[in-house]
Design a binder for this molecule. Structure first.
Ligand code: ATP
Length: 372
């Protein structure tokens, strides 16, 4: 850590990584806004760690450049970049107490009076009462907080986190997600967080880059990615989506498609660009956006809603909602999650139903893609 004077965004321009004939990361351009919590999300092997390691300087890119603000740091070794990394294995020094672990970076740089800064860090990660404990006396979540404090005491411009919560059990993991988010908001520096857990990325990040096969498939705020996925991979990776095969009937402000013997409306800006009449598209809608009506009550459904017919094949009550599986001419096995239902028991397996939803919640994808 030698230079903390440069500020600004992290910018990757045309960055790629190949190992022999294998391309782990295809050339990608990515900007991480200064002060944001940014997640690289994807399944194992998609290239997210390699991308992170290229920002850290732990991996040389095959092509492209890494900028921190206006400064090209591509050729700088890791220790000369204003960047610190927190790994899944906390890598704390077992023989040192928590204070000494946190002070380590400062001491290595020859700084003698470290107490004030260490105390600030202990307070930030809420471990003031553990200063004299050894790492083995702390829980996994507490050790992870020490690792974060140890990285932050160097005042990096960017903190890189590589699956930092991967070793924690689910409950602790959820707590630490909120805790890391609080710390990031408090210190205001850029966090780039690698995870394969979509819920984790959605909970913590301001922006998420969804990676697949060494490429960024889509970049956006969590709600935007969830509500308006642009590829089948993103639609399926972030939660459950119903994808219905359809044919474009009319284009315009709304795109009208034919599916399962009926017509569905897709807002033009939520549909794959450049679709033409007669082309195939996949129409998507999230399970919790759909309501169910018994076929006998279909007349009560409001005008202007998208609707398809179906037959219930399975229903399960899971406390917060009832989850239905519905067979439909529009697409086998559509999923519907309904909350707060006040109705009689007619929606049992075998019941003929109409699925209906607000067209604003519909998205249209290029049917040329594979359905994962
Ligand atoms: P995980 O969550 O499993 O760590 P990831 O998305 O972080 O996955 P990377 O670690 O970036 O994936 O690896 C991307 C691809 O590059 C993988 O297929 C991996 O096997 C390959 N790879 C990574 N490092 C090397 C290396 N040093 N030599 C050869 N191939 C590598």
């Amino acid at each position: 850590m030698t230079d903390t004077t440069t500020g600004g965004d992290v910018r990757l321009t045309g960055i790629s990584k190949t190992y022999g004939s294998f391309t782990a990361v295809h050339p990608l351009d990515l900007t991480v806004p200064q002060g944001s919590f940014f997640a690289l999300l994807g399944a194992s092997g998609c290239g997210k760690t390699t991308t992170l390691r290229m920002i850290a300087g732990l991996e040389d890119p095959t092509t492209g450049s890494v900028f921190l603000g206006d400064r090209d740091v591509t050729d700088l070794p890791p220790y000369k970049r204003p960047v610190n990394t927190v790994f899944q294995s906390y890598a704390l020094f077992p023989h040192m107490d928590i204070s000494e672990n946190i002070a380590f970076g400062l001491r290595r740089r020859g700084i003698k009076s470290v107490k004030k800064q260490v105390d600030e860090m202990l307070e930030l990660v809420q471990l003031g009462d553990k200063a004299r404990h050894k790492p083995h006396q702390l829980s996994g979540g507490q050790q992870q907080r020490v690792a974060v404090a140890r990285a932050l005491i160097n005042h990096p411009q960017v903190l890189l986190l590589d699956e930092p919560l991967g070793a924690l059990d689910l409950k602790l993991r959820r707590q630490m997600q909120l805790e890391l988010k609080r710390i990031q908001t408090e210190v205001g520096i850029t966090f780039v967080h690698v995870t394969h857990d979509q819920e984790e990325a959605m909970t913590m990040a301001d922006q998420v880059a969804v990676m697949n096969g060494g490429r960024v498939e889509q970049l956006g705020a969590p709600a935007e990615l969830y509500e308006n996925p642009r590829t089948t991979f993103v639609a399926n990776f972030l939660g459950t989506s119903n994808l219905i095969e359809a044919e474009v009937v009319e284009t315009g402000a709304d795109v009208l498609v034919a599916a399962g013997g009926g017509r569905l409306r897709v807002p033009g800006e939520r549909c794959a660009s450049g679709v033409r009449t007669g082309e195939k598209v996949l129409v998507g809608v999230r399970p919790e956006k759909i309501s169910l009506a018994h076929a006998d009550d279909a007349g009560e459904i409001g005008a202007g809603r998208n609707r398809v017919t179906g037959r219930i094949v399975d229903s399960s009550f899971i406390g917060v909602s009832t989850q239905y599986v519905v067979n439909s001419p529009a697409g086998a096995e559509l999923q519907v999650y309904e909350q707060n239902i006040e109705r009689d028991t007619r929606l049992v397996p075998g019941a003929e139903v109409v699925l209906h939803w607000n067209p604003a919640h519909t998205f249209g994808l290029d049917a040329g893609q594979d359905i994962d």
